[in-house]
Every structure is written in structure tokens, then in C-alpha cells.
Design a protein around this ligand. Structure first.
Ligand code: PMV
Length: 329
């Protein structure tokens, strides 16, 4: 009745930006990401305790945070067809700065989905786990498996065909590096959830975004297949720019970049002109993630530091969410 899982966050190379169904978290378009190691979140779930209890990073979860966790476990009970599993205790801990704009929620909900099913006695099933994780946070469905995962948007209104599949495992491209440049540690003003809704509802460019992002996914797959860093880097940048352009065109406009972000991007372009193979991507926050290879990760870190990075985290392709024998309680 107790299970513990470690999962890694992921960074989208083709972003997910906008839901067609808010309750089921169904996206308008497909997306593709890379799982990041060594960053991780570990979560223990136990059913059959006296009352529900949720602890995230040393704090008792309250309000909507607690509700999202308990709602996901309600779906575990439904999948297990067993309402008698009883209340659940959840303890979750991440090993990276939560306010850094990295999607800690992706690793957290992926770990919760896999641990929840295991604690309910269900067998490992990456499709079912990915669908469960998606109900916690969309991007979490891409953290159940390692390497390069593609979240297929699906067509069905019940979301049963909207989950992530692994296209290439972490060993496919071990020299690939993602360097996270933390320029700002503050909480962002507009959460992804709210920002994407605003873009869907008010941006005149939104339909173009959906069409373009969907078309980029098979291209990204091709570039990854042939380990073409330049083609993938260029695609990553244009996809990030297009997500941000769609958002800048929303009403009211959404600007996630700050002055340091723009400074770093210009600096990065100068480096590239001098032959350093480095590109960026940017989620809904000011902290860019630099895409490069093992031979250039030190140069990428130096570039980020020269542009005022408060912290830099060097990442490699990460593995699957895995069951652990040591529990958090
Ligand atoms: O899954 P959410 O609700 O945290 O949204 C993630 C949105 C982006 O990080 C901007 C893009 C993505 O695909 O991860």
C-alpha cells in the first residue's frame, strides 16, 4: 500500500501552450520534450492511512495545491476500481530550486502518478501513468518516461488518446546538454495555466501557433533521430519565440522575458557567430535553458554567468520515472 518514485523534470523543445479542455487538461497541439537529469523529485504515497495528508517540500499543502494532488489520487482509485483504498498520505521532495521557473510540477505529478498506481497495487503501464500525470499538470505526462517524449494531442473528448510516448531514450544522444540559466529566482506573475488560457482566448495569433507547433513535432523528431544539434537548436528557438509572440499578442499582453533574458539572448547570438554551437529555449518565465553539447557546456555556463545568471544547472538527458525501495516516511 506504499510506494516511492523518483522522476525528472522535462524541458519542452516544442512547447505545449493552450488547452482545448481545461478540466481534463487536453492540449490544442502536440509537444515534444527532453527529460532532465540530475534534477529530480521523489514522492512517497501510502493508502489506508487515517486521514488524507499532503506534504510538499517540507510544507503541508493547502488549497488548490492539495486539491490537485488528492484529485489525481481519486483517479488512481477509479483506475484501481477500488474505492476502499482509504485516505492517502503523500510526501514529496524536489532536489532543485522550485521557484526557478523549472517545471518542478512536471516531475512532481509524474512521480505522484507512478507512485499512486504502484501503491494501489496496479502494474506499471506508461500510458495509464502518463494520462494520470496529465491530470495533475499537462507537461507532467512527458516526465513518466526518460529521453525524448512526445505528448500526442489526441482527438477524443475523454482524453484517452492524449498521453506522452517515448520517441528516443536518454542513451540515444548522451552528448546533448541543457544548461539552465537562473536569472531570476522570483515567482512568476502569471502562472503557465493562466497565461496559456489568456493566449487561447485573446491572442489573434493563437490559431497560427497551433498549426505551426503541430508541424514542428515531426521535424523535431527527425532532427533528434539524426542528432542534428544545429537543426534542433534553430527549431527550439523559433518555437520558443513563437510561443512568446503568441503571448505578447494576448490582451492584456504577456511578457515573460525580463531585461536579463533579452541580454542573454543577444549575447548568445554573438557567441554563435563566433562558432559556439549554443541555442536557447524559454518556458513561461525569464530563465532560458541553453541547448548545446558536452564539448561546449562549459562555454555555455560561462556565457550564462557573464549575463548575470545567479545560478547555472548543467543537465544531461534523464531516464524514466523509477520505483525506489527507500520511502520518505
Ligand atoms: O504543464 P504546465 O501547466 O506547467 O505548462 C507548461 C507550459 C510550458 O512549460 C511553457 C511548456 C511546456 O510544454 O512545458
Amino acid at each position: 500500500m506504499k510506494a516511492t518514485v523518483l522522476a525528472h523534470p522535462n524541458i519542452a523543445l516544442v512547447k505545449y501552450w493552450g488547452k482545448r479542455d481545461d478540466a481534463l487538461i487536453l492540449p490544442h497541439q502536440s509537444s515534444l520534450s527532453l527529460t532532465l537529469s540530475p534534477l529530480s523529485v521523489t514522492t512517497t504515497v501510502e493508502f489506508g492511512v487515517p486521514t488524507d495528508a499532503v506534504e510538499l517540500n517540507g510544507h503541508v499543502a493547502k488549497g488548490s495545491e492539495r486539491e490537485r494532488v488528492l484529485r489525481l489520487l481519486e483517479s488512481v482509485r477509479a483506475q484501481a476500481g477500488d474505492k476502499s483504498l482509504g485516505p492517502a498520505k503523500v510526501v514529496s521532495r524536489g532536489d532543485f530550486p522550485m521557484a526557478a521557473g523549472l517545471a518542478s510540477s512536471a516531475a512532481g505529478f509524474a512521480a505522484l502518478a507512478v507512485a499512486g498506481r504502484a501503491a494501489a497495487g496496479l502494474p506499471r503501464d506508461t500510458k495509464a501513468e502518463s494520462i494520470l500525470a496529465r491530470l495533475g499538470s499537462g507537461s507532467a505526462c512527458r516526465s513518466v518516461q526518460g529521453g525524448f517524449c512526445e505528448w500526442q494531442r489526441g482527438e477524443r473528448p475523454d482524453g484517452d488518446d492524449s498521453f506522452a510516448v517515448q520517441r528516443f531514450d536518454a542513451a540515444h544522444w548522451p552528448e546533448l546538454r541543457m544548461v539552465v540559466a537562473i536569472l531570476d529566482r522570483g515567482e512568476k506573475d502569471v502562472k503557465s495555466r493562466d497565461g496559456m488560457k489568456q493566449a487561447v482566448e485573446t491572442s489573434p495569433y493563437y490559431a497560427a501557433w497551433v498549426k505551426d507547433a503541430e508541424a514542428e513535432v515531426p521535424r523535431a523528431r527527425e532532427y533528434i533521430a539524426r542528432r542534428d544539434l544545429q537543426a534542433l537548436g534553430e527549431m527550439c528557438e523559433r518555437n520558443a519565440w513563437r510561443m512568446h509572440s503568441t503571448s505578447l499578442a494576448a490582451d492584456p499582453p504577456l511578457c515573460y522575458l525580463n531585461a536579463a533574458t533579452v541580454g542573454l539572448i543577444h549575447h548568445l547570438r554573438e557567441h554563435r557567430k563566433k562558432g559556439v554551437p549554443v541555442w536557447f529555449t524559454l518556458d513561461a518565465g525569464p530563465n532560458p535553458v541553453l541547448l548545446t553539447d558536452a564539448a561546449n557546456e562549459v562555454a555555455a555556463e560561462a556565457l550564462a554567468r557573464a549575463c548575470g545568471a545567479l545560478d547555472v544547472i548543467r543537465c544531461v538527458p534523464g531516464g524514466d520515472a523509477t520505483l525506489k525501495s527507500e520511502h520518505l516516511f
